[in-house]
Design a protein around this ligand. Structure first.
Ligand SMILES: [Zn+2]
Length: 682
């Protein structure tokens, strides 16, 4: 097998390297969520780190990776005899820390393991097949695109990560085993957000993007070429750096217990957390653990301001987020102000004054010491990592964070007169719009759907390769009439495979909510358009909370455009909507035809996800093709027309359109009458 790409050879990505290293040093930091675009070598670097983790001793034959020095007392493969520390050679083998990847499409059984109820019932044996959480114990669990993982799996995963224990419950049988691992998740925010309460469960977050600096990009490619051509030779050239790194991680781990967190620094941490208005105490805990880990990593025995700063920068960005429309990132000027205000008068440790790090300490390849390099500039708000210096724009963008996600996108509305862009008001709660019938789409919170989750409404003979869960009462009922013929003697039923029944569950599914918005001149009175944008923004927020995919088609002037292809990113939707200009004629038929095309393509891509069409218009077509024909192409799609007509004389055109679409009509005003949401204006 080829060696992993050396951690030390990874160019740039200083924050990510540092976050991983801090987790390698202290298991209490709580994992890393990596946010950023695709193609930034995220998996390469995680793999590289796993290779640097100290090797672990494992009880021979234990599928749950028990430590011979301290085996899990509840281990399903146990009980194991405890071996004296250092006795690993006798009891088990030293092996590399595992790196386990959790695929997005994994089943619950694959993640937590499966209790083979089928065998338990028909053969009378209690068979437990360990899942990925068991495989990851004492190693790294890597989840690419964690935001696309089913909510239910994310909950299981984060519960295990928080407790260090995996529980498997099936009907009346339960199994538990230790599952402690370094959790690394990645996500591309463009493809949808994690729920805020799940964001909070990751210890640290890092925003990554590929460097825009040509020299650095060239170096990335050069090293990748060299590695691909000769992995062994490449690894050998980096061997010295890699073993220095592994030794430094091991040293920091060993020193962790003796790092002191003075009370003044703890108070500084809590003041910074309070200053960023984070909820709960998890932020304070994670920041404290990360600061201690950073001190150990830097070879200090007492936590300094620099350690607190680095920890806060990594631990707080995702915790201060209030709603899906806020931009990520942390205001570093505010961070430095808060640190200044709370800086203890006396140095924490006269023997170890704060100041610039030993250059060797932070400069080496892959040392992850970017935090250290900013030590001297801690008071002036200078960005930390030298690697990020060429990307001057990043810091600027971060400073502009309070403007929200709409900021950058508004700049892209070139060619349209800016005065035509109406603002949106504060979103309000909207009535629940549902797709008729029962679907089989991904779990969500909108329409009725059948799937693996939800309320059990019946039982049936398994339809797939094996039963999707076992409905015990139905299985017993199926077996009962055959007991005499099967020669049952004594207690217990004689069960056969064809007695097994699986539950039929009904819950709710997510949908594709496709907005078709009329932005033409007939809608163009600024106040009108503000009301329209507010209504659509409210519907978008609702779609986010119901875990729908959303899309946005806009028609005005010469035709219709797909302003937002179907995505789970409500931020992108909100940004496009805010920037939406208005004016021109009303090509209604083109809007409908474009929507039909979007739905056709999406049906191919995601056939189980049922669409809900929301047409926002006054229904007045002033140009373009035949509306009747365009509406016919949308037959069978559950639709809603939000009627935007206003004024004393009304033409009722939206009603006519709704009739053609078989749609329900909701007057725009009726949406706004509902309870104002708690969200602030903006
Ligand atoms: Zn064990």
């Amino acid at each position: 097998m080829n060696p992993a790409y050396p951690f030390s050879a990874v160019v740039g990505l200083a924050d990510l390297k540092l976050a991983l290293v801090l987790n390698a040093v202290s298991s209490r930091v709580g994992g890393v969520l990596v946010r950023g675009e695709k193609g930034t070598a995220k998996s390469t670097i995680v793999r590289a780190l796993a290779a640097q983790l100290p090797r672990v001793a494992v009880v021979a034959g234990c599928r749950f990776h028990c430590d011979p020095g301290a085996p899990d007392p509840g281990c399903p493969d146990g009980p194991h005899e405890t071996t004296a520390a250092g006795g690993a050679d006798a009891a088990g083998a030293l092996r590399a820390a595992s790196l386990v990847e959790l695929p997005v499409g994994a089943s619950e059984d694959r993640l937590v393991g499966s209790l083979d109820l089928e065998r338990a019932l028909t053969e009378g044996v209690k068979a437990f097949e360990p899942g990925l959480l068991a495989a990851a114990h004492r190693g790294v669990l890597y989840v690419d695109e964690v935001n696309l993982l089913h909510d239910h799996l994310v909950d299981l995963l984060l519960d295990a990560a928080a407790l260090g224990v995996c529980y498997v419950e099936r009907e009346t049988v339960s199994v538990r085993h230790a599952a402690r691992f370094l959790l690394v998740g990645t996500m591309n925010p463009e493809e949808g957000e994690l729920r805020p309460q799940l964001l909070d469960r990751f210890g640290l977050t890092v925003e990554v993007r590929a460097t825009r600096e040509p020299d650095e990009r060239a170096e990335v490619v050069r090293r990748r070429f060299a590695f691909d051509a000769d992995p062994e030779g490449f690894a050998a050239r980096w061997a010295a750096e890699e073993s220095a790194l592994a030794a430094r991680i091991a040293r920091a781990r060993a020193a962790l217990g003796s790092v002191r967190l003075p009370d003044s620094r703890l108070r500084q941490i809590t003041a910074v957390c309070a200053g960023f208005e984070v909820d709960g105490l998890r932020a304070d805990l994670v920041t404290a653990h990360a600061a201690v880990a950073h001190a150990a990593w830097q070879g200090r025995d007492v936590v300094t301001r620099e350690d607190v700063r680095v920890a806060a920068r990594l631990a707080l960005p995702h915790r201060r987020r209030r709603d899906p429309f806020d931009a990520p990132g942390l205001d570093e000027r505010l961070l430095d102000e808060l640190l200044d205000q709370t800086e203890p008068a006396a140095p924490d440790d006269p023997d170890n004054p704060e100041g610039p790090e030993d250059p060797d300490d932070s400069g080496g390849p892959g040392s992850g010491g970017s935090g250290g390099s900013s030590g001297s500039g801690a008071g002036d708000g200078a960005p930390a990592a030298p690697e990020s210096a060429p990307e001057g724009g990043t810091e600027g963008a971060r400073d502009g964070a309070p403007d929200g996600a709409a900021g950058p996108s508004e700049g892209t509305v070139s060619g349209d007169r800016p005065q035509d862009v109406a603002a949106a008001g504060a979103p309000f709660r909207v009535p629940v719009l549902k797709v008729a019938g029962v679907g089989a789409g991904v779990a969500g919170r909108r329409s009725s759907g059948r799937g693996r989750h939800g309320r059990t409404i019946g039982a049936r003979v398994p339809t797939g390769a094996g039963p999707a869960g076992i409905d015990l009462p139905a299985t017993l009922l199926a077996a009962a009439p055959h007991q005499l013929r099967r020669g049952r003697r004594g207690p217990g039923l004689v069960l056969r495979r064809d007695d097994l029944r699986e539950p039929v569950r009904e819950g709710r599914e997510g949908n594709l909510v496709l907005f078709v918005v009329d932005a033409s001149g007939s809608m163009g009175a600024r106040r009108r358009m503000t009301a329209v944008k507010t209504a659509v923004l409210s519907l978008l927020l609702d779609a986010y909370q119901r875990r729908d995919k959303i899309g946005l088609v806009v028609f005005r002037g010469a035709g219709a455009t797909v302003a937002l292809p179907p995505t789970s990113s409500v931020e992108a939707g909100a940004a496009r909507l805010r920037a939406l200009p208005t004016g021109g004629r009303t090509p209604l038929a083109e809007g409908l035809a474009t929507a039909a095309e979007v739905l056709r393509v999406e049906r191919l891509r995601d056939p189980d996800r049922r669409p809900l069409l929301v047409v926002v218009t006054d229904g007045r077509a002033t140009s373009g093709g035949d509306v009747t024909r365009a509406a016919a192409a949308l037959a069978g799609v559950t639709s809603v027309v939000v009627d935007c007509e206003s004024g004393p004389v009304r033409l009722g055109m939206a009603q006519a359109l709704a009739l053609r679409l078989g749609a329900r009509v909701l007057p725009l005003e009726s949406l706004g009458d509902l309870v104002r949401d708690r969200r602030k204006a903006g």
